[in-house]
Write a protein that binds this ligand. Structure first.
Ligand code: CP
Ligand code: NVA
Length: 318
């Protein structure tokens, strides 16, 4: 099973990974292929250590379970050493600039992953670093998650082009990266968000333009039933992302009719896949019956964070 012509490889050494817009359709397909191959190697116990002797810094300005653990384990499995750098422990948290942090860290490290608030912090870190920078989530984008997600869909469906993904809820970082990834890979993305919580209009326009090349359609609708109709994948995320906790109550009201539950899911194709980047709030954005039901592949997608990021680090830093 391969998304790329047999034998074709792409040299991505030294590149940053800030959003999927920076990568061509062929490069993204190559990364997914590589992730599937690296996953196979790991399951078969075959050593693959392109990061031997290399060190990757993991800067966290927000909480994390999956991203932290999958990056730390991934670097270890690739033969390298990972440094967990919480904002509470490094001078960045006391006001040292991104530029100075980037300059200094580039002298010690072979690659940097950052999870932060403003997307400009990721862009600036990459601009001032001389080693590859990977976006481990910003307020605007979560490309590592989406790389793993499209790998997971491909593994389950055996194809990407021509599928329909319905994203129900907040037009947030997840919605943005799913739209761009879908546009690049030929997956049509239908977003249903309440008024005032739609995805960023520039990202919307960019993804529509990208989708023209792959035949995908990218749309934002109001009615979740319209988005879910005949969908191959239903995706949702929390109503209040990290940094928006104080809006929780207002958001619960705004999103009340946007829960993914059995009634809504019945409008999708019978073999639809349910996906969620996690962490999830059962009983809010998704019912227990759907997230814990037989169409749910949440743990496959969580597992693939490990394989997708190993492929990314092998290609960029290895
Ligand atoms: N999906 C995801 O990025 O999870 P964490 O916030 O736990 O890293
Ligand atoms: N939209 C969520 C994703 C968490 C992985 C957030 O930013 O908090």
């Amino acid at each position: 099973m391969s998304l790329v012509q047999a034998g074709k490889t792409y040299n991505l050494g030294g590149r940053d990974f800030i959003e999927l817009t920076d990568y061509s359709t062929e490069e993204i397909r190559y990364l997914i292929d590589l992730a599937i191959e690296i996953k196979r190697k790991q399951k078969n116990g075959e050593a693959y250590q392109p990061l031997l002797g290399k060190t990757v810094g993991l800067i966290f300005e927000k909480s994390s379970t999956r991203t932290r653990v999958s990056f730390e384990v991934g670097v270890y499995q690739l033969g390298g050493h990972a440094l967990f750098l919480s904002k509470n422990d490094i001078q960045l948290g006391r006001g040292e600039t991104i530029a100075d942090t980037a300059g200094v860290m580039s002298r010690y490290l072979d690659g940097i992953m950052i999870r932060t608030f403003g997307h400009d912090r990721v862009v600036d870190l990459a601009r001032f670093s001389t080693v590859p920078v990977i976006n481990g989530l910003s307020d605007l984008a979560h490309p590592c998650q989406v790389l793993a997600d499209y790998q997971t869909i491909y593994e389950h469906k055996g194809q990407l082009e021509g599928l329909k993904l319905a994203y129900i809820g907040d037009g947030n970082n997840m919605a943005h990266s799913l739209m761009i990834g879908g546009a690049k890979l030929g997956v049509s993305v239908s977003i249903a968000s309440p008024e005032g919580y739609e995805p960023d209009s520039q990202i919307m326009a960019d993804s529509r333009e990208l989708a023209a090349a792959t035949g995908a359609t990218i749309e934002v609708v109001r009615d979740p039933r319209e988005a879910v109709k005949d969908a191959d994948v239903i995706y949702t995320d929390v109503w209040a992302s990290m940094g928006f906790e104080e809006e929780q109550k207002a958001r619960e009201a705004a999103f009340a009719s946007y829960q993914v539950n059995e009634e809504l899911a019945a409008l999708a194709k019978p073999d639809y896949l349910f996906m969620h980047c996690l962490p999830a709030h059962r009983g809010e954005e998704v019912s227990e019956g759907v997230i814990d039901g037989s169409n749910s592949i949440i743990f496959d997608q969580a597992e693939n964070r490990l394989h997708a990021q190993k492929a990314l680090m092998a290609a960029l830093i290895g």
